[in-house]
Design a protein around this ligand. Sequence first.
Ligand SMILES: NC(=O)c1ccc[n+]([C@@H]2O[C@H](COP(=O)([O-])OP(=O)(O)OC[C@H]3O[C@@H](n4cnc5c(N)ncnc54)[C@H](O)[C@@H]3O)[C@@H](O)[C@H]2O)c1
Length: 266
Amino acid sequence: MKRLEGKIAIVTGGAGGIGSATARRLTSEGAVTVIADYDLVRARAVAGEIGHGATAAFYDAEKMETVEALVVSTVAQFGRLDILLNNAAITTPQIQKDDTTAVDIAFETWDRVMAVNLRGYLAGCKYAIPEMLKTGGGAIVNTASGSGLVGDLSRIAYGTSKAGVIALTRSVATQYGRRGIRCNAVAPGLILTEAARDGVPELIEIIQNHVLTPRLGTPEDVAAVVAFLASEDAGFINGETIVCNGGSLAHQPHTHDLAQYLEGPH
Ligand SMILES: NC(=O)c1ccc[n+]([C@@H]2O[C@H](COP(=O)([O-])OP(=O)(O)OC[C@H]3O[C@@H](n4cnc5c(N)ncnc54)[C@H](O)[C@@H]3O)[C@@H](O)[C@H]2O)c1
């Protein structure tokens, strides 16, 4: 028997790099997966490619009524909801450009990032938990980020939203854990989605210098953590954030410089 056989799962941001890989993984482990995204064309393409009962659904994380409708329609179609991966994030080039520093960021940018990345996750929990409780519980996994654990030179709203996701995760576990809801987070480091691969090559090289693995992370690495957290194998894990970053926060910040110094001519 597969680990997630008979489970009904929603993956938000399911058309994206990590979301689509996770939808694929959950489905391969036996779940029926709803790929939810505001890019319905791509969500449908992902569902079609995955097969095995995977479906696509439109929702917009900024519009609360569409988050509620997503949960309602999933339960109407499949009779229950067991797994929710809150994963959508606003990653448009414009937001990447506008989400800068404490002094320079516009409040409008801050509000949009918080609406999608944090309030959107709250909404997922708000509407999913009552449905999960009806069937004895469920598993929520939130995609946080290493940016929620340490500071960054830019993207102040993104990092703050992801720190909020980690706090949200703990609070949901605290408030509903004893009634059967497990709520955990995964905090990826740089993950080589297609978009990241097409990004700045120098950035990839810099990150490569700071991971403790011979390779960088893939969407499938994150998907494996989500599948574990969603399954009964993680039945005694609640309120945790699992980092998935090749150990990039596990060492002294000067490790790479020190290694170069020790190997260098002196
Ligand atoms: N890729 C990385 O290196 C990395 C690192 C750390 C954390 N993360 C996190 O992983 C998650 C997935 O990131 P990704 O790299 O796959 O990004 P992505 O851009 O490929 O996927 C994000 C998805 O969210 C959808 N989306 C955006 N706004 C939405 C909205 N308002 N309503 C509904 N859907 C919306 C997009 O259409 C897209 O399909 C995000 O939460 C991101 O912050 C990614």
